[in-house]
Write a protein that binds this ligand. Structure first.
Ligand code: C5P
Length: 222
């Protein structure tokens, strides 16, 4: 498909998820939460007792993921093998395992086509780490969102609280820094801005300001 794509890449907690959802809703575009696919692969592996160093078996879990994304107004329910795992995939523990399985080339390869299949008319907002560099290199607009680690930890903390989950701010900051390091240093699809991406530091911007800016950039390209 050649539908328009807006890619939003960057480290966890930079606001990609919220921003992507709002822009997709505003434009009536489809949404790809690629991190959810890595989180689901991690959870499926746990459920099926697959070891985290068994790359071929993890790639089979990724390729065979039985997942349904159910749009419910502004939010999306996620079903894995028929079970509602919407909350479970958001835990720090699953996020950490996701980051480990995401460093394996065979897992990334197994998820590539599934991600590209989200590209449908009238357009797609793709949220992840390598949307602009690997999955949709020909996207109309590529944005790389960042924010300071402290601000990202603070946002993650709020997000977890809203989901009824708890975690200490200092442990979140440590986990964010560890995950950043792993995502940036891995050999396949490391977390880097595409050469043609626009970088936006959201540390001191609120959500409507970021949505506004991206919508303007997209209109300029359109
Ligand atoms: O964005 P989210 O926190 O849900 O992503 C979970 C993990 O999945 C990230 O820490 C990252 O390691 C991995 N990921 C990735 N490539 C993507 C999206 C997520 O490697 N496109």
């Amino acid at each position: 498909d050649t539908a328009a794509v807006l890619t939003l890449d960057g480290p966890g907690g930079a606001g990609k998820g919220t921003i992507s959802r709002l822009i997709a809703a505003r434009l009536g575009w489809h949404l790809l939460d690629s991190g959810a696919l890595y989180r689901l692969t991690a959870l499926a592996a746990q459920r099926h007792g697959v070891a985290l160093d068994d790359e071929p078996a993890l790639a089979r879990q990724a390729a065979g993921l039985d997942v349904v994304f159910l749009a419910e107004g502004e939010s999306t329910r996620v079903l894995l093998e028929g079970d509602d795992v919407t909350r479970e995939i958001r835990t720090e523990q699953v996020g950490d395992t996701a980051s480990q399985v995401a460093s394996l080339p065979a897992v990334r390869q197994a998820l590539l086509q599934r991600q590209r299949d989200f590209r449908r008319s009238p357009g797609l907002v793709a949220d992840g780490r390598d949307m602009g560099t690997v999955v949709f290199p020909d996207a109309e607009l590529k944005v790389f969102l960042t924010a300071s680690p402290e601000e990202r930890a603070r946002r993650r903390h709020l997000q977890l609280q809203e989901a009824g989950l708890d975690a200490s701010l200092s442990s979140l900051l440590k986990e964010i820094q560890a995950r950043d390091a792993r995502d940036m240093q891995r050999s396949v699809a490391p977390l880097v801005p595409a050469h043609d991406a626009i970088e936006l530091d959201t540390t001191s911007l609120n959500i409507p300001e970021v949505v506004e800016r991206l919508t303007e950039w997209l209109a300029e390209r359109g």
